[in-house]
Design a protein around this ligand. Structure first.
Ligand code: FE2
Length: 178
């Protein structure tokens, strides 16, 4: 059975059942996505400090995914890092992301279901460590996010044998380009 909704409260409630927190933040002041990392972090400083204190996160950084050069296969162009995160994996750290601009879809595999959570600018997602997941920012990614880490140096992805990611639609199928 598949259920699709864009109702924030419904999404938040469903995700809480698997221990995932979903929130929306507003910047203290508007900053363009092309601003440097420090400017983006400063714009959300009060939110970042709150989440860091609550979750024990000691470092944050900014990740940016942009379209790469077109490759020989038009169905798989662009950002090479996209391929890596399309496979089901877990991390020893929590997965905590705040989307500054663009969008990306986090597929969370928990309690025998897959939740595809499309996150857009202003969305904050906090997923417990060891939750199986994969991620897609699309064929032409425009995704900038702030990431939170406890340790800062153990960000490895541990891939799940026989992962199920390939059985689910990628972002561009879920949200067709208009
Ligand atoms: Fe991941």
């Amino acid at each position: 059975m598949s259920v699709r909704t864009d109702d924030f409260d419904v999404i938040r409630g469903e995700l809480l059942r698997i221990g995932v927190r979903f929130a929306r933040w507003h910047a203290a002041r508007r900053v363009p996505a092309c601003a440097d990392d420090a400017a983006l972090i400063n714009a959300y400083r009060s939110h970042i400090d709150h989440v860091s204190a609550e979750g024990g996160y000691r470092t944050v950084d900014v990740v940016r995914m942009t379209p790469g050069p077109a490759g020989p296969d038009p169905s798989r162009p662009g950002c090479p890092v996209r391929e890596k995160f399309l496979e089901e994996h877990v991390h020893d750290e929590d997965l905590v992301r705040f989307v500054v601009s663009g969008s990306g879809c986090f597929y969370l595999h928990a309690a025998r279901r897959v939740h595809a959570v499309l996150c857009r600018a202003g969305d904050m997602l906090s997923v417990p460590s060891r939750t199986a997941h994969w991620f897609d920012a699309g064929v032409r990614p425009t995704y900038t996010a702030i990431r939170f880490f406890r340790e800062g140096d153990d960000r490895a992805a541990h891939f799940v044998p026989n992962g199920i990611a390939g059985r689910f639609p990628v972002l561009d199928d879920l949200v067709p380009m208009t």
